[in-house]
Design a protein around this ligand. Structure first.
Ligand SMILES: Cc1cc2nc3c(=O)[nH]c(=O)nc-3n(C[C@H](O)[C@H](O)[C@H](O)COP(=O)(O)OP(=O)(O)OC[C@H]3O[C@@H](n4cnc5c(N)ncnc54)[C@H](O)[C@@H]3O)c2cc1C
Length: 262
């Protein structure tokens, strides 16, 4: 690990002031610290945001669920408010990594990192999330840009993620048996006027599967997905799953998610 300056900040203003093109925010450190130790990344300044009180916590209203950026996966998984408002989101958080990762990793760190196989980006797209940052509000359709790439500008801090409460929803993933990252994960959310189907683990970044969405819009049932054709062109292919297998899994998991919607 290369040398760096360490700052522990107490508010967003202080964090923003210290941020530069060569700095990184430290939330759970589950990605940043291994990347630094392996010398895959190096920074002049590490800005620890864990002590900013306003960044943590869960707020529920009838229409939305707002989760502070430094809220840990284990807190989301255990929250009675999350379970009541969007139980699929608590289930998703409970399936991330292992207990160590869930007790350190944060929702803000997860979506800022935008790993192509991460779970929360699928929740953001399916649940029409709004990303509240230090500078603006970003709709999730415009947030996830590509592999490990987001709409965040240098030094822009995620403060909270606000999910729109659906009528019903379900997230199903086929996890990598070692890391629990999604080989494929499908999040289905049904609203009065729309059905959102978000897929992770399959391309360089999370995406909405419009073909399944339109099949479900006219007939919200697992059988409606039977006739949908998913081309594997451009899909990830690796030692865990070929692109064709991933295409197959999208339909299998989408059917399971529709059946499991509550
Ligand atoms: C063994 C292992 C297994 C895992 N399994 C899964 C899994 O099954 N599913 C899954 O989805 N994820 C998984 N993860 C990822 C994990 O859940 C974390 O969410 C992720 O590593 C990043 O979160 P963090 O809080 O640790 O962020 P950090 O490592 O602290 O930061 C990551 C990046 O985000 C930036 N950042 C952090 N917070 C903010 C903020 N508020 N605003 C702007 N930028 C910010 C940092 O500058 C850095 O670039 C796994 C990780 C490990 C190590």
């Amino acid at each position: 690990m290369k040398g760096f300056n360490f700052h522990s900040v107490k508010n967003v203003k202080e964090a923003k002031k210290l941020a530069s093109g060569k700095s990184a925010f430290l939330a759970g450190g589950m990605t940043t610290i291994p990347a630094m130790k392996l010398r895959l990344a190096s920074y002049s300044d590490i800005i620890d945001i864990k002590n900013i009180k306003d960044l943590s916590g869960i707020k529920v209203s009838s229409k939305s669920l707002k989760i502070g950026a430094t809220t840990k996966h284990a807190e989301v998984a255990a929250s009675k408010e999350v379970k009541k408002a969007i139980s699929s989101l608590a289930h998703l958080a409970d399936g991330i990594g292992d207990p160590q990762v869930r007790n350190r990793g944060t929702i803000g760190g997860s979506i800022a990192n935008n790993d192509p196989a991460a779970d929360y980006p699928a929740a953001c797209l399916a649940l029409n999330a709004i990303i509240h940052t230090s500078d603006r509000k970003i709709v999730s359709d415009k947030f996830f840009k590509g592999m490990f790439e987001t709409a965040l500008k240098k030094g822009e801090l995620i403060q909270a993620v606000e999910f729109q409460v659906p009528d019903k929803s379900c997230y199903v993933k086929f996890p990598n048996p070692a890391s629990r990252y999604a080989i494929v994960g499908v999040y289905v959310a049904k609203y009065k006027k729309e059905v959102n189907v978000a897929v992770t683990g399959v391309e360089s970044a999370v995406f909405r599967c419009k073909k399944i969405e339109s099949a479900l819009k006219s007939n919200f049932s697992s059988s409606a997905i039977d006739g949908v054709k998913i081309s594997s062109s451009g899909f990830n292919s690796d030692i865990h799953a070929s692109s064709d297998y991933r295409a197959h899994l999208i339909k299998v998991l989408a059917k399971k998610a529709v059946a499991g919607c509550k």
